[in-house]
Design a protein around this ligand. Sequence first.
Ligand code: DC
Length: 247
Amino acid sequence: MTDQLEITDAPKIVIAVDGYSSSGKSTMARELAKRVGYIYVDSGAMYRAVTLYALRNDMINEDGSVKTEALIPHLRRLEVSFEQLPGEDGVQHTLLNGEDVENEIREMKVSKHVSPIAVIPEVRERMVQLQQQMGLQKGIVMDGRDIGTTVFPHAELKVFVYAGLHERARRRWRELSNKGMDIRFEEVYANLEERDRIDTTREVSPLVKAEDAIEFDNGAVTHEEQMEWLIKLFQETIERIENESRG
Ligand code: DC
């Protein structure tokens, strides 16, 4: 297990980690949160949970289009939260209206339908509202697509992670195969390619790097190198904020 950093007296900040699907941003964000004792929020899991809700309630047509009018009235009552189970070091479970849906939201059936759900302005509005509530106390690392641009435009630290499509597909395929899912590499590749297209071209909060985000190429580095870079950046940010507050 990695050691936690000694930062008890340091000011708490908001950290936004954005980037492409399967770029490794969640792993980086989750581990950073653990190291610095912050809350970690996987915002993609929230869009996945809404997608699962829509699938279960027959709100997605055969052709993949969403029955938006049917879904919208449900959004206000839809609660997505997270919990950590005792004994599971740092692993977070996503809860949809209190039910643990962590495994189900990672399945391909959800990946296939999540992008059309995530383009619906009302869905984004509700998710952003929930995400902003989670960040009120600061001390949070959130990963996603629009965290540094829309959810927390004033985040003290913003990171934008990228990696080539082939590398990302390889990682994702390995992850799913390790979970016992029987899936072809080509299917994972095509799904990522399509999600990239929708994520970057949608009208509301498309995936773009915030102007003040720091880019990180996660293509050819080891996990240790990633974390060393990120922790150093975190420490520099805290130092900068402390210096600024001293005047
Ligand atoms: O990070 P992920 O692949 O689990 O995210 C699933 C989908 O959710 C992704 O295809 C785009 C969408 N998403 C989004 O639109 N905005 C976010 N902040 C996070 C995810």
